[in-house]
Design a protein around this ligand. Structure first.
Ligand code: SF4
Length: 212
């Protein structure tokens, strides 16, 4: 059984898959409390479902792209089994994780979208740096930037750990904390080989707090 907060159909708002219709499976529970968290409702709320019940709900949308997200999806023991079941059935699967749990438990046929928590999140000390060795080229690493000091820190980590050779690297501003054009200008000025992204779903549906 997995504890599921919500299953919904929307436009992928992040990563190099941005713009593609996806089914999202949001699992309950998170081991972090990031300062800018916009999914606090996923900390506790949810219903227990079997993998079979989850697959049935996903199939209803007739969509081949599925993202498993949270909360933190790697906290639940059956998440790797859910991913395997989806991959076996021919779905394109993304797993979005906060980067504090071992990502190697996930099938290498799924793509990992992994946060590296910046200092202003308040959770930088929880990052599992071993995960960087576990990434491959289909995976993506995301830095959520709330202020200039986060950007300077992320730039240093990207260079020191050769991140752009290991995975796609995404930089995203925290909505309402950092004006997006500033991040775009810093990236251009430093000629970083990264992808700037805005959370497309928040532009499309600014009033919606969940299910998007
Ligand atoms: S990892 Fe994600 S869900 Fe967990 S506290 Fe941070 S932003 Fe919220």
């Amino acid at each position: 059984m997995l504890k599921v907060n919500e299953i919904f159909y929307s436009i992928q708002g992040e990563s190099s898959f941005s713009g593609i219709p996806f089914v999202f499976v949001r699992l309950t529970g998170c081991n972090l409390r990031c300062s800018y968290c916009d999914t606090k409702y996923a900390y506790e709320e949810g219903e227990e479902l079997t993998v079979e019940q989850i697959l049935k709900k996903i199939k209803k949308y007739k969509c081949r792209y599925v993202e498993i997200t949270g909360g933190e999806p790697l906290l639940q023991e059956e998440t790797p089994f859910l991913v395997d079941s989806l991959v076996d059935k021919g779905f394109n699967v993304l797993v979005e994780t906060n980067g504090t749990k071992d990502i190697s438990v996930i099938s290498d046929k799924a793509a990992i979208i992994m946060d590296i928590k910046c200092p202003s999140s308040g959770e930088v000390d929880k990052v599992d740096w071993e995960n960087i060795k576990r990434l491959d080229k289909k995976d993506e690493v995301k830095f959520v930037i709330a202020e200039k000091s986060d950007y300077v820190w992320a730039k240093k980590i990207i260079a020191e750990r050769d991140l752009t050779y290991k995975a796609k690297v995404l930089l995203s501003p925290v909505q309402e904390k950092l004006r997006p054009y500033l991040l775009a200008e810093w990236i251009l000025k430093d000629n970083l080989k990264v992808r700037f992204q805005l959370q497309l779903h928040k532009i499309l549906w600014p009033e919606e707090k969940r299910g998007r």
